[in-house]
Design a protein around this ligand. Structure first.
Ligand code: ZN
Length: 478
């Protein structure tokens, strides 16, 4: 679906107004014939008992127009525009209307564009039965929309959709090798430099964590490095590393998950899918910073070759860890990836990982846990997330009593810290692999990366949560 700005409203356009509460001011300001229309609109409002709550809508048949409310004016945020715009495009799809014009406060052109595009998302490629009934909304224009913001919103929404599509592919389609192939193909297409390394290289490089986790699978692990360099070769441009957890499927390994917990574990590659999506968007947006994407792709399976509880791993940076539970594998793969990323001397490392169930217990399924070794970085991400609507909540990294829990009698650390504070001890494990002097933030997206029910602009399945926040962060880095 395309979103474009348009200068004039035509008589036969399907018009969609995004209004504050029940206010008809926007219609009054826009429509020449509003006076004759007003009683009609008011009558429909009365019949439909339109209260002007967020997302509430009415439809007028003649002329064909919709009014969507953003809710009470004092509560309207940028994300309200995104959320309501998603309802608009979903409604048009349902009503089989291919083209329409949105009339709204054009200050929110970016959020509206994102909402419109995300609202019609549906992972339907494997559903063959209702194919004839499916309808695609072709284009929605925004009256006097800001061209630059619409373009930016189209790229960020497209990135989020790209990530969703990849996450929603099952483990029989996406394994470490196919994930690496897609990363290479899709990123090279937009002019990025991509290096994919095989299991031999991984072992030679001392990435024993990534290797140990991945070797129980029929498909060996891959290490993916995607590079964006700004065209203007400014000497002082900042360097950002984005790291994504890439477990293409997580059975738990020898500590095998039970059925309920294993289902949906194709989602365990969400961080990696986000990383590829972000890098593609960055190539199109051409910011003045250098950005590197790093992914350790592996499949965690039980097998004669699988790693075991009690195993001791010597990681790339020389640190050692005792394996307590093979299902805490994300941090074991990320350890080497974060070490490698650290060696490239970035100013900032941000990782995204569907890391712990404990984080979902702590914050619920709609909020990601944020951990950072630098409060300015944490505050920046928190502020951006308020605009993007991707909820973040900061959790502590300074609880030294909790840190005791990941101590091991036989190695430097161990890969689980018990049930209490599990999201925090997992983050503390990762912190061991961040080199001194590098600012680092870790997003535990185990909750919001995937949803079993529709909400806001999310449909069932992968959400691409985090993509827009990190793109915004990169674009705002000077
Ligand atoms: Zn696991």
């Amino acid at each position: 679906m395309l979103v474009n700005p348009v200068k004039n409203l035509k008589e036969d356009d399907v018009k969609i107004f995004l209004v504050e509460g029940t206010s008809l001011k926007l219609l009054e300001d826009t429509l020449k014939d509003f006076k004759s229309l007003k009683p009609k609109v008011e009558k429909v409002m009365e019949i439909e008992k339109f209260k002007g709550k967020k997302g509430e809508s009415i439809k007028l048949i003649d002329p064909l127009l919709y009014i969507f409310s953003l809710g009470e004016s004092e509560k309207i945020t940028e994300d309200a525009y995104r959320e309501v715009a998603a309802k608009v495009s979903a409604r048009l799809k349902k009503d089989k209307i291919g083209k329409a014009v949105v009339i709204a406060d054009t200050k929110y052109s970016k959020a509206i564009t994102e909402g419109l595009m995300l609202g019609v998302y549906d992972f339907d490629k494997y559903r063959t039965k209702d194919k004839e009934d499916r309808f695609d909304v072709e284009a929605i224009n925004i009256l006097n929309g800001n061209q630059k913001d619409i373009k930016l919103g189209s790229i960020t929404a497209d990135a989020q959709i790209f990530s969703r599509n990849l996450v929603n592919e099952p483990g029989c389609v996406i394994n470490p090798i196919t994930l690496a192939n897609i990363a290479k193909e899709e990123c090279e297409k937009v002019g990025l430099e991509v290096h994919v390394y095989d299991e031999k290289w991984i072992q030679e490089q001392g990435m024993n964590g990534l290797w140990m986790v991945g070797k129980g699978s029929e498909t060996p692990p891959r290490f993916i490095h995607i590079i964006y360099k700004p065209k203007k070769n400014k000497k002082k441009s900042k360097k950002i590393a984005i790291v994504g957890k890439g477990l293409t499927f997580d059975s738990g390994g020898l500590n095998i998950k039970t059925g309920d917990y294993m289902r949906t574990m194709k989602l365990d590659k969400s961080g990696a899918c986000n990383t590829i999506a972000i890098m593609r968007a960055i190539a199109k947006l051409e910011p003045d910073v250098e950005v590197h994407g790093f992914i350790g792709a592996a499949e965690n399976m039980p097998d004669g070759k699988a790693y075991r509880p009690d195993d001791i791993i010597v990681f790339r940076n020389g640190k050692t860890a005792e394996i307590d539970n093979t299902d805490a594998e994300g941090r074991v793969t990320l350890a080497d990836v974060l070490s490698y990323a650290s060696e490239q001397n970035p100013d900032v490392i941000i990782d995204m990982a569907t890391l712990t169930g404990a984080c979902v217990v702590a914050l619920g399924e709609f909020t990601a846990g944020l951990f950072a070794n630098d409060q300015t970085l944490a505050d920046t991400l928190l502020n951006i997330s308020k605009i993007t609507g991707e909820r973040l909540w900061q959790l502590p990294l300074d609880d030294e009593n909790l840190r005791e829990k990941i101590k091991s009698p036989v190695a430097d650390i161990k890969n689980t810290g018990g049930r209490y504070g599990g999201a925090i001890t997992a983050a503390m494990f990762l912190q061991e692999f961040i080199a001194d002097g590098i600012k680092w933030a870790h997003l535990d997206i185990a909750g919001p990366a995937f949803t079993e029910k529709e909400y806001k602009y999310y449909s069932k399945g992968g959400t691409g949560f985090g993509v827009r926040t990190l793109i915004d962060y990169i674009l705002n880095t000077k």
